[in-house]
Ligand binder design. Structure first.
Ligand SMILES: NC(=O)c1ccc[n+]([C@@H]2O[C@H](COP(=O)([O-])OP(=O)(O)OC[C@H]3O[C@@H](n4cnc5c(N)ncnc54)[C@H](O)[C@@H]3O)[C@@H](O)[C@H]2O)c1
Length: 447
């Protein structure tokens, strides 16, 4: 942890990197026309005026454009990283230096620094929180439920110094939250089901203009990008095993096949497995796929999808990566116990010896697209972050009326984002004629 973390309203690697961060953020902005339009409206209407907003997101050029949009809307923004490896240090510096945002994020930060940065975002005393993986909301709930032992030490030590009233105020001060990713939404829905959710949450991931595009095309492309940058592997002719055929898995399988791989899918859901089979992939249980794969990628949101027994069955030189939210999909503890390593081979590639074989793990099993590449392209994040900005506005305007549940962004806003994106892409579509409208609304016409 750097000395600045406790005193200054930011903790970034090097403010001297800000010019590069600004140039790259402006480059991303060119591909974010929908968010830009929202920013212009926010600057005029100031829907977030007077709001303190804490965001825990991957600190990338696209997030920088979102953060600046939220500020244009009047919010006082604090930002920490949602993953210790995904921060772009130049972008963090740019947001502090050129926009005066309170940014707490350093690429490669250790466990304690990661959580001290989360603490700093909580100490901002937000009335709106924005999460990618429910870390802020999770901590707020451990405070609300007085489960301080479940907090990471840097957060726990800080909370222990707060009075009961201050703790209560920290939680009750939150009007509502927004959540970016599948894994976060699953957890929040579990909290709502158990009756412990303390405030409303808008599930940005559930918008069609988010998961249909970001999870599929964004993760698809950037996961392949991360693997290529880390390994410089020739994908053509290799066998790539894709664990999980949800939105992310579908997108990655499509791109791997496009690059010439023989793609095998593993699933636990019969419908998804059937879909993969009919999309032309080979579907196998992991125990079988383990024997033939050259590259393995988990995209499930589940725990220990690749276990020691699978790694033992893998071929010499197999490469294992994860693009699901948390670094729990590959059983690295098991590998640590049974194997020897890690031995650094290249950036984001570690060698392990197991049963006399060599295996390679990318990016410590963390999101390979964000650790070894730059995350999703700006054009797709344009829609995800348009959803985030509109969700923050929705929480600011309606949070107190919404129940303590997980909500979707209203359908009209989702449709409006798609309309604006098409417009920006110069793509026209047809409108229903009055005759068609009447036909679709009736049950007796034209039968
Ligand atoms: N890398 C990124 O930038 C990025 C972007 C968006 C989402 N995500 C994360 O990726 C993960 C997947 O998201 P999604 O939107 O595709 O979710 P999803 O729910 O659409 O798909 C997950 C799939 O994994 C399958 N699955 C679960 N356990 C499995 C197992 N043991 N073996 C094989 N398949 C299994 C499920 O049946 C489901 O089809 C989540 O953790 C999400 O948060 C990552």
């Amino acid at each position: 942890m750097t000395a600045a973390a406790h005193s200054a309203p930011h903790d970034v690697k090097d403010l001297g990197l800000s010019a590069a961060g600004r140039r790259r953020t402006e480059w991303a902005e060119r591909s974010m026309p929908v968010l830009r339009q929202i920013r212009e409206r926010f600057a005029a209407e100031r829907p977030l005026a007077g709001r303190r907003l804490s965001a825990c997101l991957h600190v990338t050029t696209e997030t920088a454009n979102l953060a600046v949009t939220l500020k244009a809307g009047g919010a006082d923004v604090a930002l920490c990283a949602s993953n210790p490896l995904s921060t772009q240090d130049d972008v963090a510096a740019h947001l502090v230096k050129d926009h005066g945002l309170k940014v707490f994020a350093i690429k490669g930060e250790d466990h304690d620094t990661y959580y001290d940065h989360l603490r700093a975002a909580l100490a901002h005393r937000p009335d709106i929180t924005m999460d990618d993986g429910a870390d802020l909301v999770g901590a707020l709930h451990m405070i609300a439920l007085n489960r301080l032992d479940d907090l990471a030490p840097p957060v726990r030590r800080w909370v222990e110094r707060l009075s009961a009233g201050e703790r209560q105020q920290l939680v009750s001060g939150v009007i509502g939250s927004t959540e970016e990713t599948t894994t976060g939404v699953i957890r929040l829905k579990a909290m709502a089901r158990d009756g412990v959710l303390q405030f409303p949450v808008v599930a940005v991931n559930d918008s069609d203009t988010k998961h249909l595009f970001d999870n599929r095309y964004g993760t698809g492309q950037s996961t392949l990008d991360g693997i290529l940058r880390a390994t410089n592997l020739l994908i053509a002719g290799s066998t790539v095993v894709v664990a999980g055929y949800g939105w992310c898995g579908r997108g990655f399988a499509l791109r791997a096949r496009g690059a010439g791989a023989n793609v095998i899918v593993t699933e636990i859901d019969p419908l998804k497995a059937l879909e993969a089979q009919m999309d032309g992939y080979r579907v196998l249980p992991m125990a079988e796929a383990a024997k033939v794969g050259d590259v393995f990628v988990t995209l499930t949101g589940n725990v220990h999808v690749i276990r020691l027994e699978h790694m033992r069955a893998m071929k010499e030189g197999a490469i294992i990566a994860n693009s699901g939210h948390f670094n729990v999909e590959i059983d690295l503890d098991g590998l640590q116990r049974a194997g020897e390593g890690p031995v650094p081979v290249r950036d984001f590639v570690d060698g392990w010896r197991l049963d006399g074989k060599q295996l390679y793990v990318l990016a410590d099993g963390r999101l390979v697209n964000l650790a070894a590449a730059e995350g999703h392209p700006a054009s797709v994040m344009d829609m995800s972050f348009a959803n985030q900005a509109l969700a923050a506005e929705y929480v600011a305007r309606h949070g107190r009326e919404l129940g303590r549940a997980v909500h979707r962004i209203p359908r009209e806003l989702d449709q409006e984002i798609a309309r604006l994106k098409l417009q920006a892409m110069g793509v026209g579509i047809d409108a229903l004629t009055p005759e068609q409208q009447k036909y679709l609304a009736s049950w007796d016409l034209g039968t």
